[in-house]
Every structure is written in structure tokens, then in C-alpha cells.
Write a protein that binds this ligand. Structure first.
Ligand code: GLN
Length: 291
């Protein structure tokens, strides 16, 4: 590295270094990390390409470059990830929110609008960083939203996010394994919507995924031998909690859809059950309506 580094030259150097480390989004990551170090947004970098970095900025940036080169996700390094146009705090105790999951939020909001205007009850199971629950609470401020997670460390992050976005009044958090989290809340047959992005990756497949995934909590990803264990438990238990006409809106992976379709169409308790595709045409959401 030369002595004087300017914004443009350090970005170019870093993008090249990240490419050598097989990082796909090399230039973007270089920009996100530099913007983080400088406390600015990415557009500010573009307007200051010639600006030299101060020695302490360069030192701080170098440390982040080293972490990213070891394939730590950018979101864990910066401690934040955008979801539903909101900035969420994240750390290694929570799954990093994925853009595909926004479809879950959108689907629920559309279904919600077709129902009565009086406050409804919505459960978010496996809330993680609280991205789904907080986004819903922003959009549906009059509804009662309860969010659960097995990990109390994840719940701490979710609570922080609820506070950050000013929705900590209408949204409450519970610790426990799937629906056991809500056992004190007397909800049987009283829930209008259940939303969940549960772990659904088959255990064997975890090792073959991008190295970044190793930094994320296994608990949030591992769906058992064929990935369907937790999805199936949610489908079965949801029937006890949902009101007739209530909906389950759950994220799934492609290889789990067959098993879920069988379960959904063989149970007369579901008035309707289908798998919906995402914007890239991939099966993404299991949608069930209780009969
Ligand atoms: N609800 C969070 C998300 O959608 C976390 C999901 C999880 O931990 N499996 O990103």
C-alpha cells in the first residue's frame, strides 16, 4: 500500500483484494466498510473520491478489510443490515435478514388489509433480529404483535430493534421453543396471523454453503435432516392457535415444498394451502388458511 491513500484509490485496491479472496460483491463491500469507518453513506464516498484518508481512518479500515477477507459478513462487521427500508442492528446471535424475506412481510400486510379494521393478533415465530415483527409493527401500528425466539441473546437484539424503530409499545417478546414461547399468553384459537422464517436448511447442506454462513447462528439455519422438521412442527401447531380463517405465512426452501404440500393438502383443517413463488420464480412462501 502507498503512503497516501485517497477514497477512490483505497476502494479500488480493496475491491481487487476482496476479489482475490473470492468475494463476489467486492466493490460494494469495500464501499460499505469504508462508509462505515468514515461515518458516512456510500454517496458521500462518490463525492469525495480525492479525499485522503487520515492515518487513524486507514488503520480502522485495514482492520475491517482483514475481517471481511476472512469472509465475515459485512452486516456483522458494520453491525447493521437494511430490511424493509429500515436499518436493523445485527450481531452473531441473529440471522442476517435477507431481502427475499421482505415478501413475507408484504404478503401478510396484503392479507391483513382484507380483514376487519379492529386490532388483530399476529405472531412472529423465530423472530431473530425482530426484522419481520418490527417491520409489521411499523406498518400495522394498531395490531397486537407477539414475537418469540428460542434464543434469549437473539431476543435482546430484537428488543433493541423495536426500541430503535419506536415500536416497543405495540410489540412484545417471548422466549421459548417455537409456540412454547407464547404458552402463558392464552392464545389458543385466538390468533389471526402467524408469520415465520424458521430454520429450513438440511443439516448436510450447511457445510457446502458460502463461508459467510458459518458466521451465522446454526440454530437459525439448521432444519434437521431434510430441512422440514421445524416447518412441519409450525404447520401442525399453528392449527391450534389460529382462528378459523386465520393465516400461516411461512418462508420455506425449494426442497421442502413437496413435504409441506402433502401435509397441507392432506389435512382437512386447512381450508387452503399453497406454495407461492418469489420475484425470481422460486418457491418461497408456504401459505395456509385455517378452515
Ligand atoms: N426472522 C428472522 C429473519 O427472517 C430470523 C429467522 C431465523 O432466525 N430463522 O431473518
Amino acid at each position: 500500500m502507498s503512503d497516501v491513500w485517497r477514497i477512490l484509490t483505497i476502494l479500488e485496491w480493496t475491491a481487487g483484494y476482496f476479489k482475490q479472496a473470492n468475494i463476489e460483491s467486492a466493490r460494494l463491500d469495500a464501499e460499505l466498510l469504508l462508509a462505515h469507518v468514515l461515518g458516512k453513506d456510500r454517496t458521500a464516498l462518490y463525492m469525495n473520491f480525492d479525499k485522503p484518508l487520515l492515518p487513524f481512518e486507514l488503520e480502522a479500515y485495514k482492520r475491517l478489510i482483514q475481517r471481511r477477507a476472512k469472509r465475515e459478513p459485512v452486516a456483522y462487521i458494520t453491525g447493521t443490515k437494511e430490511f424493509w427500508s429500515l436499518d436493523f442492528k445485527v450481531n452473531k446471535n441473529v440471522l442476517i435478514p435477507r431481502p427475499e424475506t421482505e415478501l413475507l412481510v408484504q404478503t401478510l400486510i396484503e392479507l391483513r388489509k382484507r380483514k376487519a379494521a379492529h386490532p388483530l393478533t399476529i405472531l412472529d415465530v423465530c423472530t431473530g433480529s425482530g426484522n419481520i415483527a418490527v417491520s409489521l409493527a411499523k406498518e400495522l401500528p394498531d395490531d397486537r404483535i407477539l414475537a418469540g425466539d428460542i434464543s434469549s441473546c437473539a431476543l435482546e437484539v430484537a428488543k433493541e430493534n423495536a426500541k430503535l424503530h419506536g415500536v416497543d409499545k405495540g410489540l412484545s417478546f417471548y422466549q421459548g421453543d417455537l409456540f412454547a414461547a407464547f404458552k402463558g399468553s392464552n392464545l389458543a384459537g385466538g390468533v389471526d396471523f402467524i408469520v415465520s422464517n424458521p430454520p429450513y436448511i438440511p443439516t448436510q447442506e450447511l457445510a457446502g454453503l458460502a463461508p459467510e454462513i458459518d458466521f451465522e447462528p446454526r440454530l437459525a439455519l439448521d432444519g434437521g435432516v431434510s430441512g422440514v422438521d421445524i416447518l412441519k412442527r409450525i404447520m401442525q401447531d399453528a392449527l391450534k392457535l389460529l382462528k378459523p380463517g386465520g393465516y400461516l405465512v411461512m418462508e420455506t426452501g425449494i426442497s421442502q415444498t413437496k413435504a409441506l404440500n402433502e401435509l397441507g393438502s392432506n389435512s382437512p383443517k386447512w381450508a387452503g394451502f399453497k406454495i407461492c413463488n418469489d420475484y425470481s420464480g422460486l418457491p418461497r412462501i408456504a401459505l395456509g388458511k385455517k378452515g
